[in-house]
Design a protein around this ligand. Structure first.
Ligand code: MSP
Length: 610
């Protein structure tokens, strides 16, 4: 059943085609009724979102665990908000979802950072790890599990995992000679290394992929038989074309698998690396930090005792720089340990600043907490998810943040709720009644009501919106989902603007019914937008839905039943009191430079014209 469901989701385009052709059939029926067409579409939305047996509704999403050698920046936050929206979205759909994040605390890089700070490694790690926790809490990252690789439960899981690999013959004692990048904690083949000069003009070798310095190392250590897994990894990827998303990264992994795939060194001599988990039975060796780190996903799932329920539903969010570790090493380790492979690896690209990679030396690191003081945490979440594209790098720019948030949250969405709840238009402060005579659901009778063609198009677009958003949320094309929501918000604003409800004569019975209908339709649209936006901007969505009087238990995906009066059903919101007015939805932001020199005025969101 789960497989069937997933293939519906994965083949959403097919599902949509089905929906449209089915809807077309409905529309072509002798008496084309909009409500019957809607019922057909609703059927599809339901099937995609909610008709799955409870036992199959398990979802486990992870972020990479973050290195504690430096303070968090917007790139780290982006991995976290991506996983957070997926978790929140799955919860709305009624899934039993678990969401793990945490910190990666072992390895040479951390050992050196702690030394440089003159602190003992654990105190150093604890301090930075707390910093990440604080950042996530500030940004409402709703993780269910926070893991640190220095925890005892994790050491047990790693030791067990190692022992399994060794007992199955996949680990052997050998000797490694080659390039190593401490910054990336990665071994490189000669073709992955190039020449460069450091800041003092000295010739050095660097990783061609990351640009980080590499060093030649020669050590006795333990090797993992990675080379044996090439064809099984290829089969996995070819048989699961959606395992690594977006597609270009799936191709990239297949391409890597065509190249040299030597066995992997999975330990370092203890004399060089003390800060890590010792190899079971050989205290002279420390487990390679990537093997240690990757096992965190299993530790959280309850490995080695109780992991099967969660582990079979695992999905990873990772940045493109760590794809090789997640799409080659990790699946190979799992295959060797006879464990299921992750369902999906969602890959995202990077944030640059001024077109360059963020780095301390360039002084272009963007601190998310500092920015949240200016743009709010939801503002930053919205910007990152609205502007980030999984396939290509994105440039961060304060001015862009201000323009985008002012346009979409303050003016468009904020303006709409402001208009529809203004006491001048809605003195009773209720969800007004919908009048079928003013807005006939039978298109053939449209001429008897007040609605015009564009209004029917708007309703169609909003009605189709949950399926569109679902498709893009599933494929982590969040910007497309937000673009679609935004398009509908614009159409709803157009609807209100077109009918200028503030000009209607409240003394006239027909005008009053039409005014109520305009408000009812607009509030229904807003209810849809608020519900769909919950995973992206939880605070703003809560403010919006609370203002509409929508109760917490009425905010799930199953509640995305749009304008039921139009379908001839009773609307639970009709006549209900609106929630309290707690102020504008999103305050207008000042532009960083353009406003300089002008007298300072506290600007608020556009006020309703009424
Ligand atoms: N510790 C490893 C992950 C181990 S997971 C078993 C690691 N840590 S990291 O702190 O360097 O990166 C964590 C996440 O932040 C990765 O997904 C990485 O891609 C992401 N980002 C770091 N810099 C980034 C940008 N500039 N832009 C977007 N995300 C980037 O790798």
């Amino acid at each position: 059943m789960m497989k069937t469901y997933l293939s519906i989701i994965r083949n959403c385009k097919v599902a949509q085609r089905w929906s449209f052709s089915h809807a077309t059939r409905c529309a072509l029926s002798p008496s084309p009724s909009f409500s019957s067409k809607w019922n057909c579409k609703m059927l599809m939305v339901r099937r995609m979102g909610t008709d799955i047996p409870t036992e199959d509704r398990t979802y486990y999403i992870t972020t990479p665990i973050f290195y504690v050698n430096a303070a968090p920046h917007i790139g780290h936050l982006y991995s976290a908000v991506t996983a957070d929206y997926l978790h929140r979205y799955k919860l709305l759909q009624g899934f039993n979802s678990r969401f793990a994040t945490g910190t990666d605390e072992h390895g040479l890089k951390i050992q050196q950072a702690a030394d440089a700070a003159g602190q003992d490694p654990l105190s150093f790690c604890t301090k930075v790890s707390e910093g990440f926790k604080h950042l996530f809490e500030s940004f409402h990252i709703s993780y269910t599990d926070y893991i640190r690789t220095t925890e005892e439960r994790h050491r047990c899981a790693v030791e067990h995992f190692w022992t399994v690999l060794q007992s199955k013959g996949f680990i052997y004692k050998g000797s490694y000679e080659g390039w190593y990048s401490t910054q990336d904690e990665s071994f490189l083949t000669p073709s992955q290394v190039g020449d460069a000069k450091d800041s003092s003009g000295k010739e050095i070798k660097i990783s061609l992929e990351s640009g980080h310095k590499v060093e030649w190392m020669k050590e006795e250590n333990y090797m993992f038989r990675l080379s044996e897994f090439r064809s099984r990894l290829q089969e996995w990827l070819e048989g699961n074309p959606r395992a690594v998303q977006p597609e270009r990264f799936h191709h990239a992994v297949l391409q890597w698998l065509q190249e040299d795939l030597p066995d992997l060194s999975v330990s370092r001599q203890r004399s060089r690396l003390q800060w890590g988990i010792p190899v079971p039975g050989d205290l002279d060796q420390t487990i390679y930090v990537w093997l240690d780190a990757l096992v965190n996903y299993l530790t959280v799932a309850g490995y080695p005792d109780t992991h099967s329920q969660w582990w079979s539903a695992a999905h990873h969010v990772v940045g493109k720089d760590i794809l090789k570790f997640h799409a080659i090493y990790w699946p190979a380790f799992l295959l060797a340990a006879d464990l299921p492979l992750p369902q999906t690896i969602h890959v995202h690209s990077h944030w640059t600043v001024g077109g360059k990679k963020m780095s301390k030396s360039l002084g272009n690191v963007v601190d998310p907490l500092e920015r949240s003081q200016r743009f709010t945490t939801d503002g930053m979440r919205y910007f990152l998810l609205r502007q980030g594209v999984p396939d290509t790098d994105c440039n961060y720019d304060d001015d862009k943040v201000v323009k985008l948030l002012n346009a979409e949250l303050t003016d468009s969405l904020g303006g709409l709720i402001n208009r529809c709840t203004a006491p001048s238009l809605n003195p009773a402060q209720v969800y007004p009644h919908f009048c079928t005579d003013s807005f006939p659901s039978q298109r053939t009778k449209a001429h008897e009501g007040r609605a015009v063609d564009e209004d029917y198009h708007m309703l169609d677009a909003v009605h189709a919106l949950p399926a569109v958003v679902e498709q893009h949320y599933e494929s982590v094309h969040v910007y497309k989902a937000l673009e679609a929501i935004n398009g509908c918000v614009r159409q709803t604003n157009g609807f209100v603007q077109r009918h200028t409800p503030w000009k209607l004569d409240r003394g006239d019975g027909r005008d009053q019914l039409w005014l109520d209908t305009i408000l009812h339709v607009s509030l229904e649209c807003l209810r849809m937008y608020g519900t769909l936006l919950q995973p992206i901007v939880p605070e703003i969505a809560d403010k919006l839905l609370s203002r509409l009087g929508v109760k917490p238990e009425e905010r799930s995906w199953a509640a995305l039943d749009f304008l039921v009066k139009y379908q001839g059903k009773d609307c639970p919101f009709e006549g209900r009191a609106l929630g309290p007015d707690t102020g504008v939805l999103f305050n207008r932001l000042e532009r960083p430079n353009a406003e300089k020199g002008k007298p300072k005025k506290a600007k608020k969101a556009t006020k309703v014209k009424s």
